[in-house]
Design a protein around this ligand. Structure first.
Ligand code: SAM
Length: 289
């Protein structure tokens, strides 16, 4: 156990993880501003974006970029700066660093080197949406972004279909309708969902209903703004919630997946994928039976 970080590395600088507003500049904390002023440099997901934030608060800082395309080179450089006694603040474009955003590799490297890491509390879209959603606030699973490809979404969601806790997803507006359709396909159209839109901004709203209603809504108009999707947990989980052991017969396996809570189509897709079978053929075979 490493109870007191600074024992190990007293001369080292500290890595501060600084959350930034998710739409309302008034949500930055006094401590975040003090930290951004006081550190030796700021590692930002997008330096232009963070520069605008710093300009707004009249903070002059040295900025370097840290994102998914340069972390392999940048993390070792930042670790050297920390070892040399420099304090570093890391922030993303919006919300908590590392939460569906860059940062985790830097934190892991700093922890590995025994360097002090301090996280500041602050804005986060998922938790903000959760507490106003009206869904059961705990336990919950924060999933973040689902895979983009439909089949991979179905596979990921099949693992979650029996989970009793509230599920939190992020999604981009132009993919919202398709992701909601995949959720309805796997979880069923009746499952409750809350769409938390444009949190902390002028047009903030919560849309509450079933997945079927949400699909209709998203398909009937252009979807704009940022969204958190919160899906109610399964209050009638089937069996143990574990994936059924693979039956010898694919038809039996489909039935087992349906008994576990998947819709027929989702079960056929999943079994076809797992066994490398053609979905259409399996579909015909299942329905002829
Ligand atoms: N690090 C951020 C956090 O702590 O929430 C999340 C960043 S992630 C790249 C961006 C996603 O978060 C968006 O696609 C959306 O799903 C969600 N999000 C961010 N800001 C939001 C807002 N103001 N309202 C609703 N969702 C938001």
């Amino acid at each position: 156990m490493q109870a007191v970080q600074s024992f190990k590395n007293q001369a080292a600088g500290t890595l501060y993880l600084v959350p930034t507003p998710i739409g309302n500049l008034g949500d930055i904390t006094a401590r975040a501003l003090d930290t951004l002023r006081a550190v030796d440099l700021v590692a930002a997901e997008d330096t232009r974006h963070t520069q605008q934030l710093l300009n707004h608060f009249e903070i002059k800082q040295h900025l370097v970029s840290l994102h998914e395309h340069n972390y392999a080179q940048r993390v070792p450089q930042l670790i050297e700066e920390l070892k040399a006694g420099k304090d570093v603040a890391q922030c993303s474009d919006a919300g908590m660093p590392s939460i569906s955003d860059p940062g985790k590799e830097l934190v892991a490297a700093a922890v590995k080197e025994g360097l002090p890491v301090v996280a500041l509390p602050g804005p986060n879209a998922g938790l903000t949406a959760l507490i106003a959603s009206g869904l059961v606030p705990q336990p919950f699973t924060f999933y973040g972004f689902l895979p983009r490809k439909h089949q991979q979404q179905v596979t990921a969601l099949s693992e979650l279909v029996n989970r009793p806790e509230t599920l939190i997803f992020y999604e981009a507006p132009h993919r919202l309708a398709k992701t909601l359709a995949a959720l309805a396909e796997v979880f069923g159209k009746e499952r409750k969902v809350v769409l938390a839109r444009e949190l902390t901004k002028r047009y903030e709203e919560y849309l509450r209903g079933s997945l079927g209603e949400a699909v209709n809504w998203a398909e009937s108009q252009p979807v704009r703004g940022e969204f958190v999707l919160l899906v109610a947990g399964n209050d009638h989980p089937q069996a143990s919630g574990e994936a059924p052991a693979q039956a010898a017969d694919p038809i039996e396996q489909i039935d087992a997946e349906i008994a576990r809570g998947l819709t027929t189509n989702a079960a056929i897709k999943l079994v076809a994928k797992q066994r490398g079978l053609k979905r259409q053929e399996l579909y015909k075979q299942y329905h002829q039976l």
